[in-house]
Design a protein around this ligand. Structure first.
Ligand code: KG4
Ligand code: ZN
Length: 350
């Protein structure tokens, strides 16, 4: 229950990478969620170009904020607080959002709250129609699977997290994008690999599943990516004749190994932290159909309260920023001052 006097209608802003997003949220209810993707601007480079991203945010931020307010059926005067994703991310992109959010909050005379993008991804599964608070009685395990991050957290509350492990090389979304690049499927490749894999035979390949040291809760995807490269192009200097395999079979084999690497580490985390009762998942790859199926089966087997974000809150969005911002204000996290906020974005932009 929010404390009396807690701001209820929150305008969220998100510009950490290549999505310019604004949303209006009341408590856990999403009133609007507007996302302007820049994929078309970065596609020819097969990755996000920071300078192009910052410029596009600067052009798009205000129209997107206006659209989010209008679609929510409110006016700027109804906004009680502004929440801004201030880290981690690309420094230029963050500064555009932080500066815009500061100016808006100042001109409206409303508080501003700085929200960690990764924590917000983990909150996304607690939002939307009919969402309930996570079951009490134990800690939650948080799993972030995105283009920039693959990590697990022990969560005592939505804002009290301890990192248990993270990727030591590529993030899982990055591996999806690189596999798509190897196979010539376009950028961002995750959704394409997901779609093709549904028509493929995963059993034709025995791709490596990273385990790392016994007990390690870190992840690694670079060996898997190289194995996919060799499967597609052939092993360098091999005398064996090479036949290019069907892309759908490669996608299915890759996806099976990548998702198994995730459930294996979840299994280890549960062994090491038996008080865990809930599993919160977030980030762009939580939209993946095979991962969603496997996590659902895993949670049922382990009797975990699983929170997967609705599809429109998996990828970068501002509703998750506003939702966690509301939670932070309800928990009486003090609003940030403007200077603190800019320094914090600069200091922790990765
Ligand atoms: O969370 P996000 O929007 O950005 C970061 O914070 O990184 O995640 C983007 C990533 C990209 O790598 C994209 O390929 C991946 O999420 N992705 C998917 C799917 N949809 C998006 N990966 C696998 N299957 C999908 N259906
Ligand atoms: Zn993200």
């Amino acid at each position: 229950m929010p404390l009396p006097g807690t701001p209820r209608t929150i305008l969220g802003i998100e510009t950490s990478c290549d999505e310019t997003a604004a949303a209006v949220v009341r408590g856990r209810t999403v009133l609007s969620n507007v996302i302007a993707s820049q994929h078309e601007l970065h596609a020819e480079y097969q990755g996000v170009v920071p300078e192009i991203a910052s410029r596009a945010h600067a052009e798009r931020l205000l129209p997107i904020v206006r659209q989010a307010v209008a679609e929510a059926g409110v006016t700027l005067a109804d906004i009680d607080a502004v929440a801004i994703g201030n880290r981690p991310g690309l420094i230029g992109s963050l500064l555009v959002g932080v500066s815009g959010a500061k100016a808006l909050a100042w001109s409206l005379g409303k508080p501003i709250v700085a929200v960690d993008h990764i924590h917000a991804h983990l909150y996304a599964g607690c939002m939307g129609k009919g969402s309930k608070p996570v079951a009490g009685g134990g800690a939650a395990l948080g799993l972030v699977v995105s283009g920039g991050h693959t990590s697990m957290y022990l969560m005592r509350s939505p804002t009290d997290l301890t990192r248990l492990g993270a990727t030591i090389d590529d993030a899982i979304g990055e591996a999806y994008d690189k596999v798509a690049n190897i196979l010539g499927l376009g950028f961002p490749g995750g959704p394409m690999v997901d779609r093709l894999a549904q028509r493929g035979d995963a059993g034709l390949f025995d791709f490596p599943i990273s385990r790392l040291a016994p007990g390690s809760l870190d992840f690694s995807f670079s060996g898997l990516k190289t194995a996919v490269l060799y499967a597609h192009r052939g092993v360098p200097n091999s005398k064996e004749p090479h036949t290019v395999p069907r892309a759908e079979d490669v996608c299915a084999g890759f996806q099976r190994a990548a998702v198994r690497a995730i459930t294996l580490k979840l299994e280890r985390a549960l062994e090491q932290h038996p008080s865990i009762r809930s599993l919160l998942v977030g980030g762009g790859v939580s939209a993946n159909s095979h991962l969603r199926q496997e996590l659902t089966a895993f949670a049922a087997k382990k009797k975990l309260d699983l929170r997967l974000p609705p599809m429109d809150l998996c990828l970068d969005n501002a509703a998750m920023i506003a939702g966690l911002g509301h939670e932070m204000l309800a928990a009486r996290t003090p609003p940030w001052t403007g200077d603190e906020l800019v320094f914090s974005a600069v200091a922790s932009s990765r």
